[in-house]
Design a protein around this ligand. Structure first.
Ligand SMILES: [Zn+2]
Length: 106
């Protein structure tokens, strides 16, 4: 009979710790639970208007700060030139890689 009095609080404690563990897991966003870093993706769309950039060899682009930023149309060129850091950051935040600009021929 003595054991019965001891098991009840023990079970409650166990249930509570299981509950808190589930709660912490639920709070954790799934992206942070995955330990593998996302694969680098090539830039897929214009960071200014979000338009498609087309095939890389023909796409419009701006080479600035050692980076090559692909854009959808000539109108986006001015925006990138005015604030290149903003658009480089925007591409990186999408999980995409900003291409290195080819070194100019000397
Ligand atoms: Zn555009």
């Amino acid at each position: 009979m003595r054991m019965r009095h001891l098991t009840k609080p023990l079970m409650l404690g166990l249930a509570f710790s299981l509950f808190s563990a589930n709660f912490i897991l639920a709070m954790d966003p799934p992206t942070e639970r995955a330990n593998t870093p996302p694969l680098p993706k090539a830039q897929s769309s214009c960071p200014v208007m979000g338009g498609m950039i087309g095939p890389k060899d023909k796409a419009l682009h701006v080479d600035i700060k050692g980076k090559r930023i692909y854009i959808c149309c000539a109108a986006c060129e001015g925006a990138v030139l005015a604030d290149p850091d903003k658009y480089i950051k925007k591409i990186e935040q999408r999980g995409e890689t900003v291409e290195e600009a080819p070194q100019p021929a000397k």
